[in-house]
Write a protein that binds this ligand. Structure first.
Ligand SMILES: [Zn+2]
Length: 254
């Protein structure tokens, strides 16, 4: 899906996760690599079919496997925050082995903390480390195009994955992004949109947090509380584990 002439959003066959490619004068930059090595290959084919220039750089927005397990498809250097590299090399090892056996996990080659700017002749591509969804998450902000790729700070039109979340920070980060000069927002999951999808996600998280705190006060047992929240949200049963991990993090705040 073309967002601007030089920026495309690509969604996998199951429409479960998004990746982005930016065409620059020195080649393409890919943001996130989808959930499997095979999906990474399909993403690479798509990028190569849409630009004659080589893929120069791959960005991993955060450590979750649905954004990093396609890294094997790309020979270009991968850049991520230091925290993302560390978390991939610890938290992801078991799930990586399940899908790839003895193949080493494809870790980022270049790491940074806080902020990294990539300068091309027409634009500055700002990688900014932010808090909320998962430790080490980065957003990609391109002021010249008024565009922000928020990764999993936004699940557009679907239940967000909150098991590694700090909800208070997440809400604060979204408020910061809302105040930026933005026309196009590309989320980690779901349809792209305007700044409205940031506001929608923030208000959804605020409501979720208030409901969850109310449930936790009456029902301290995390699994029972997760069941109650799943009912209130009409969430599928395979989300129960995610919800109880989310509530466990939140119960430290209540
Ligand atoms: Zn994620």
């Amino acid at each position: 899906m073309r967002i601007t002439e030089r920026i495309h959003m690509i969604t996998d066959a199951e429409e479960s996760v998004n990746a982005v490619f930016l065409a620059t004068e020195w080649g393409s930059i890919v943001i996130d690599t989808m959930r499997t090595p095979k999906d990474g290959e399909l993403l690479k084919e798509h990028v190569n079919a849409n630009t004659a220039k080589p893929i120069r750089l791959v960005i991993n927005s955060h450590f979750h496997g649905d954004h990093t397990f396609g890294n094997t498809a790309f020979s270009a250097p991968k850049v991520a925050t230091e925290a993302t590299r560390k978390l991939m090399n610890t938290r992801l090892l078991d799930s990586w082995r399940e899908i790839a056996g003895d193949v080493p996990i494809p870790l980022p080659d270049i790491t940074f903390t806080d902020r990294l700017d990539i300068h091309t002749s027409r634009r500055t591509i700002q990688l900014r480390e932010v808090s909320g969804h998962a430790p080490g998450t980065l957003i990609v902000y391109i002021p010249e195009d008024s565009i922000v790729c928020t990764s999993d700070l936004i699940f557009s039109g679907r239940l967000p994955f909150m098991a590694d979340a700090d909800l208070a920070q997440w809400i604060r980060t979204l408020k910061d992004i809302e105040s930026m000069n933005i026309e196009h927002v590309i989320p980690g999951h779901g349809a792209p949109g305007s700044v409205d999808i940031i506001t929608e996600q923030r208000t959804w998280l605020e409501n979720f947090r208030d409901q969850a705190k109310a449930v936790l006060q009456k029902t301290p047992d995390l699994d029972l509380a997760a069941k109650k929240m799943a009912q209130q949200l009409d969430a599928p049963t395979d989300r129960l584990d995610m919800l109880s991990r989310t509530l466990a993090n939140l119960s430290e705040e209540v």
